[in-house]
Design a protein around this ligand. Sequence first.
Ligand SMILES: Nc1ncnc2c1ncn2[C@@H]1O[C@H](COP(=O)(O)OP(=O)(O)OP(=O)(O)O)[C@@H](O)[C@H]1O
Length: 126
Amino acid sequence: MNSDLNGNKRKKGIGFKYAFMGLRRVWTSEKNFRIHIFISGLVVFFGILLNLSMSEWLWTGVCIGLVLILETLNSAIEAIVDYLFPHYHDVAAKAKDISAAAVLLSALFAVFVGLFIFVPKIINLF
Ligand SMILES: Nc1ncnc2c1ncn2[C@@H]1O[C@H](COP(=O)(O)OP(=O)(O)OP(=O)(O)O)[C@@H](O)[C@H]1O
């Protein structure tokens, strides 16, 4: 056992339980995360419908994973920044903007890969 800054006791050990609590936190508190999950569900649905190949599923999975991982990290950074800077501060703006940029880059990458995979398949339907 050790203590956090508020003197609360925290159990040391394998962090899976806390990691799942983190997932629940990001799901309940971050609208963007829920939107990404919803879009990921749609992509998987259309992937099944369009019968993606193994490598196409791999690329799709990498893109979905990348966006969700970066959105989760972005949420953690936002929480720290909000705590450290309750009022306007240039450092807070810089940290949040750059953290959001990481999510944006991953989303653009996902769109780029998605266009390569899905557009030819959709065109082939007609
Ligand atoms: N304390 C602050 N100081 C300076 N600028 C801030 C501060 N808080 C937020 N901002 C600016 O406002 C933008 C949006 O911040 P916000 O906290 O609303 O995050 P968000 O990207 O909208 O994410 P979410 O919707 O998950 O809260 C930041 O990217 C930053 O430019």
